[in-house]
Design a protein around this ligand. Structure first.
Ligand SMILES: Nc1ncnc2c1ncn2[C@@H]1O[C@H](COP(=O)(O)OP(=O)(O)OP(=O)(O)O)[C@@H](O)[C@H]1O
Length: 271
């Protein structure tokens, strides 16, 4: 792994919604093989940043390069090739409610590969297993799953096409502490085993401490700092101070020892 190779390069990003400016000259690099935690107060534009990177939103200015390519200027066939290297888990999971877990995972396989239905279902079964779901989950509908299982089903779908980079938008939100810890470890195991790069939006301090190599803080319409957790914590910004050194930040820090995942998780700071 070349830790310095950049797989996502965002430069001078500007995103506006009417009179509201969400990003103003935002720069960010994501390096191959890292788990980058993306944090920031509610509404600072973490999801909009993710959508801009994966080509779901055309920014008002600036450039986004994914694997060296600007998705928005690529011809459709080339764009589809790059998109195949990207797995996305949206905040709400975004599973099709009328399809079973297996059918949900088959959707990208049938859309982007020449597999027939039977082979797609076989491959989907492997992805479902990889995401830590039992075989009996395959034929269940999303409404029949727990929140944690739904996240895993969405992860299985995000992994369907063997992506090189995984975008996860608050994957542990709403999970109980043990489920959240297990999901974190699954993400790290997948990164280690598959050599994935992970862009992980979170409010969860425990996730940052447990699995992130670097942390990017969104504030003041840009990335305030992107560095190791230790370096970020030294950043002299009021939001960073409150987030990391407020009561919940201290609780998460105190839990960093062996008991980190067995005790209560720090709740997200109110933002
Ligand atoms: N399609 C849209 N139309 C208008 N405004 C939007 C749209 N999408 C996002 N916004 C606004 O952009 C801002 C950033 O939204 P975004 O969802 O990226 O925030 P976030 O940092 O992910 O927040 P949270 O942590 O609460 O999920 C918000 O004020 C939101 O209302």
């Amino acid at each position: 792994m070349n830790a310095r190779e950049t797989v996502v390069e965002v430069r001078g990003l500007v995103n506006r919604f009417g009179a509201q400016t969400v990003h103003e000259g935002l720069d960010l690099d994501v390096r191959r093989g890292e788990i980058l935690g993306v944090v920031g107060g509610s509404g600072t534009g973490k999801s909009v940043l993710m959508r801009s990177i994966v080509g779901l939103r055309r920014p008002d200015a600036g450039s986004v390069r994914l694997f060296g390519e600007d998705l928005l200027t690529l011809p459709p066939a080339r764009r589809a090739e790059v998109e195949r290297r990207v797995g996305v888990l949206f905040q709400d999971g975004a599973l099709f409610s009328s399809l079973t877990v297996s059918e949900n995972v088959c959707v990208p396989l049938l859309e982007h590969t020449a597999l027939n239905a039977r082979d797609a279902a076989r491959l989907a079964a492997l992805k479902i297993q990889l995401a830590g779901l039992p075989p009996e989950a395959r034929d269940k509908y999303p409404s029949e799953l727990s929140g944690g299982m739904r996240k895993r089903a969405a992860l299985a779908r995000a992994l369907a096409l063997d992506p090189d980079i995984l975008f996860l938008d608050e994957p542990t939100a709403g999970l109980d502490p043990i489920g959240a810890a297990a999901f974190d470890q699954l993400v790290r195991t997948l990164r280690d085993a598959l050599g994935l790069t992970v862009f992980l939006i979170t409010h969860d301090l425990d996730t940052l401490y447990a699995i992130c190599d670097r942390v990017a803080v969104l504030a003041h319409k840009r990335v305030l700092v992107a560095d190791t957790l230790e370096a970020v914590q030294r950043c002299d910004d009021p939001w960073v101070r409150d987030y990391f050194h407020g009561p919940r930040g201290r609780a998460a820090l105190a839990a960093r020892g062996g008991e980190r995942r067995s005790g209560p998780r720090a709740a997200p700071p109110s933002v």
